[in-house]
Design a protein around this ligand. Structure first.
Ligand code: HEC
Ligand code: HEC
Ligand code: HEC
Ligand code: HEC
Ligand code: HEC
Ligand code: HEC
Length: 438
C-alpha cells in the first residue's frame, strides 16, 4: 500500500508536467505561426508581393480584413481554378492586374497558408527601443499557447477548490444544525486532501485518468512527428547551377507521365519488384533523348520554338552527364560519367521500413494513392504526410487483395478464420510494431 502511494506521489507530477508541455507544443498547430509564415512568405510570395506596397501583385498587409478566409485559401491554393469557377472577385482582381497571373500553390498546406496569413496580419515589429523586447521574434504566439495551458490549470484548480468549499459548507451546516462547532474551510480542505491522498482507490483512478490523457496526447504527438508533406525542391532557373533544395534538371512529370503518357514503371521499374522505387539513371533518359533534343519544343505562350530552334539546355545537361555528343550522335570516348544528383523528396527515417513491391504488387495500390496526381505535377512534391498515423489509418481501412498469388497459404488460412468476411491489413498484422520497425 505504502509503495503504491509513493508511486502515485512521484509519478503524477511528472506526468502532469509532460502533459502540460506536450499540450503547449500541440496547440501551436491550431493557429497561424507568424515566424513560420514569414519564412514561407519569403520563399513563395515575396518575389511578387510586399506587405505595405503594391509590387507585381497587390500589397498583402491586412488582406485578411479585405477578403474572407475561405476565399483566401481557395485563391492562394489555386487562383486559376477559382477564376474558372466564375468567382467574381477572382476575375475582377485578375483584370485589375491586366491578366498577369499568380502561380498556383497546391503543395501549400492549410497550415502553411494559415501561417502566411498570420504573418500578413501581424508582421513581427522590430523590438521596441526601451523595455519589452518580446515582440520581435514572434514569441507572442508561444506565449499565447502557454497562457492556454495555464488557463486550463487555473480552471481545474478552481473547480477543485469550489468542490471542497461546497462540501465543507454542507458539512458545517449539518454541524450547526446538530449544535456542534463548525470548522473553517481551510481546516476542512487539508483534511480532505490528506484523506484523498491516502485513499489508494481514489489515487489509482486519478493516476489512471492522468495517464490516459498523457498517453493520448503523446500518441497524437508521435503520429505527427517529422511531417514533410508538401516538400518540393524547386526547378532550376535558366543558367542556375546545382544548389541545395533545387533539382539539377527541370524534369517534369506532367510532360513525361502526363502529356507523353510514359508509364511510371518505365522509369521507376523496381517499384514492382523491390523495396525501393529508385530514380532512373541518365541512360534511361537517353533511350529517348538521344533523339528528342528539344529543338522541337514550342513555347505555348508565343507559339515559337522555345529555344530558338536550339537544343534545350536542360536536355544538354543529360548529355553532359553521360558524355553524349549530339553533333556526331555518338558517345565521347573515355568520358567519366557524372551521375545526376536529384534532390530526394520522400524520405522515411531509418527507424521505419517501407516496401514498394508489397504495396504496388501484392496490395495492388496505385502509385497515385500515395503520391497524388503525379501526371499533373510540373514540379514533383510530397503529396502524403508519410507519418505513422498515415500508414496505420490506411492499414485499418484497406482490404487485403486475396487471390493475387502472394502469400496464398496465409490468405487461405485467413479466409477460413474470418469466414470470408472482408480482411483488412490490420487483420494480417499490419499494425504490429515489428512489421514496420526492426
Ligand atoms: C509571380 C508573382 C506572384 C507570386 C509569386 C505570388 N503572387 Fe499573389 N498575386 C500576384 C498577382 C499578379 C496578383 C493580382 C491578381 C492577378 O493578377 O491574378 C496576386 C494576388 C494575390 C492575392 C489577392 C489580393 C487581394 O487584394 O485580393 C492574394 C491574397 C495573394 N496574391 C497571395 C499570395 C500568396 C500568399 C503568395 C505566396 C504563397 C503569392 N500571392 C505569390 C502575383 C503573385
Ligand atoms: C521519364 C521518366 C519518369 C517517368 C515516366 C516517371 N518518373 Fe517519377 N521521377 C523521375 C525522375 C527523373 C525523378 C527525380 C526528379 C524529380 O523528383 O522530379 C522522379 C521522381 C519521382 C518521385 C519522387 C522521388 C523522391 O525523390 O522522393 C516520385 C514519387 C515519382 N517520381 C513517382 C512517379 C509516378 C507515380 C510516375 C507515374 C505517374 C512517375 N514517377 C513517372 C522520372 C520519371
Ligand atoms: C520515353 C521517352 C522519354 C524518356 C525515357 C525521357 N524523356 Fe524527357 N522528354 C521526352 C519527350 C517526348 C519530351 C518532350 C519533347 C517535346 O515536347 O518536344 C521530353 C522533354 C524533356 C525535357 C524538357 C525540355 C525542355 O527544356 O523543355 C526535359 C528537361 C527532359 N525531357 C528530361 C528528361 C530526363 C532527365 C529524363 C530521364 C530521367 C527523361 N527526360 C526521360 C521523352 C522522354
Ligand atoms: C502505399 C503507399 C505508396 C505507394 C502505393 C507507392 N509509393 Fe512510392 N513511396 C512511398 C513511401 C512511403 C516512400 C518513401 C520511402 C522511404 O523513404 O523509404 C516512397 C518513395 C518513392 C520514391 C523515392 C525513391 C524511393 O524508392 O524511396 C519513388 C521514386 C516512388 N516512391 C515512386 C513510386 C511509384 C512509381 C509507385 C507506383 C508504381 C509508388 N511509388 C507507389 C509510398 C508509396
Ligand atoms: C494506401 C494504403 C496504404 C498505406 C498509405 C500504407 N500501406 Fe502498408 N499495406 C497496405 C496494404 C493493402 C498492405 C497489404 C499488402 C498485402 O496484401 O500483403 C500493406 C502491407 C504492409 C506491410 C506488411 C504487413 C504484413 O502484415 O505483412 C508493411 C510492413 C507495411 N504495409 C508498411 C507500411 C508503412 C511503413 C507505411 C507508411 C510509410 C504504409 N505501409 C502505408 C496499404 C497501405
Ligand atoms: C504501418 C507501419 C507502422 C507500424 C505498424 C508502427 N509504426 Fe511507428 N512509425 C512508422 C513510421 C513510418 C514512422 C516515421 C514517422 C515520421 O517520420 O513522421 C514511425 C515513427 C515511430 C516513432 C517516432 C520516432 C520519432 O521519429 O521520433 C515511434 C516512437 C514509433 N514509430 C513507435 C511505434 C510503436 C511502439 C508501434 C507499435 C504500437 C509502431 N510504431 C507501429 C510506421 C509504423
Amino acid at each position: 500500500m505504502k509503495n503504491l502511494y509513493r508511486f502515485h506521489v512521484r509519478f503524477i507530477p511528472l506526468m502532469l508536467s509532460i502533459f502540460a508541455m506536450s499540450f503547449t507544443a500541440n496547440s501551436a498547430d491550431i493557429e497561424g505561426d507568424v515566424m513560420a509564415g514569414k519564412d514561407k512568405f519569403k520563399t513563395y510570395c515575396a518575389a511578387c508581393h510586399k506587405l505595405d506596397a503594391k509590387a507585381v501583385g497587390p500589397a498583402l498587409g491586412g488582406v485578411t480584413d479585405r477578403r474572407d478566409e475561405e476565399w483566401l485559401y481557395a485563391w492562394i491554393k489555386n487562383n486559376v481554378e477559382l477564376r474558372a469557377s466564375g468567382d467574381a472577385d477572382a476575375i475582377a482582381i485578375f483584370e485589375e492586374y491586366n491578366g498577369s497571373a499568380m502561380p498556383v500553390f497546391p503543395y501549400l498546406t492549410d497550415q502553411d497558408i494559415a501561417n502566411i496569413l498570420a504573418y500578413t496580419a501581424n508582421p513581427p515589429v522590430p523590438a521596441a527601443p526601451v523595455g519589452g523586447g518580446d515582440v520581435a521574434d514572434g514569441s507572442g504566439a508561444a506565449a499565447a499557447d502557454n497562457d492556454m495551458a495555464l488557463w486550463i490549470m487555473i480552471i481545474l484548480g478552481a473547480v477543485l477548490i469550489a468542490l471542497i468549499a461546497i462540501l465543507s459548507t454542507v458539512r458545517n451546516t449539518l454541524k450547526v444544525v446538530k449544535g456542534e462547532d463548525p470548522s473553517t474551510v481551510l481546516e476542512d480542505a487539508s483534511k480532505y486532501t490528506r484523506f484523498l491522498a491516502k485513499n489508494t482507490g481514489f489515487m489509482t483512478v486519478f493516476t489512471a485518468v492522468v495517464a490516459i490523457a498523457f498517453l493520448n496526447v503523446a500518441y497524437w504527438w508521435m503520429m505527427g512527428v517529422g511531417v514533410e508533406e508538401g516538400y518540393m525542391p524547386e526547378h532550376p532557373s535558366a543558367g542556375q547551377v546545382a544548389e541545395h533544395g533545387v533539382q539539377p534538371i527541370a524534369f517534369s512529370h506532367e510532360l513525361h507521365a502526363g502529356q507523353n503518357e510514359i508509364d511510371c514503371n518505365y522509369c521507376h521499374s523496381s517499384a514492382r519488384h523491390s523495396a525501393t522505387s529508385g530514380i532512373p539513371s541518365a541512360n534511361v533518359c537517353m533511350n529517348c533523348h538521344m533523339y528528342v533534343n528539344g529543338s522541337e519544343i514550342v513555347d505555348p505562350a508565343t507559339n515559337q520554338p522555345k529555344y530558338g530552334g536550339e537544343r534545350s539546355p536542360e536536355i544538354q545537361k543529360i548529355y553532359n552527364a553521360v558524355g553524349w555528343d549530339p553533333e556526331t550522335m555518338s558517345y565521347i570516348e573515355d568520358y567519366e560519367v557524372q551521375p545526376i544528383k536529384w534532390v530526394r523528396i520522400h524520405n522515411l527515417p531509418d527507424l521505419a521500413y517501407f516496401n514498394h513491391a508489397q504495396h504496388v504488387t501484392a496490395g495492388q495500390i496505385e502509385c497515385q494513392e500515395c503520391h497524388g496526381p503525379v501526371e499533373e505535377m510540373e514540379v514533383m512534391y510530397q503529396y502524403s504526410p508519410l507519418t505513422m498515423g498515415w500508414c496505420i489509418n490506411c492499414h485499418r481501412e484497406t482490404k487485403v487483395q486475396l487471390g493475387n498469388g502472394f502469400y496464398e497459404d496465409q490468405h487461405d488460412a485467413l479466409v477460413e478464420k474470418y469466414h470470408g468476411e472482408d480482411i483488412t491489413v490490420e487483420d494480417i498484422g499490419g499494425l504490429e510494431c515489428g512489421k514496420c520497425h526492426y
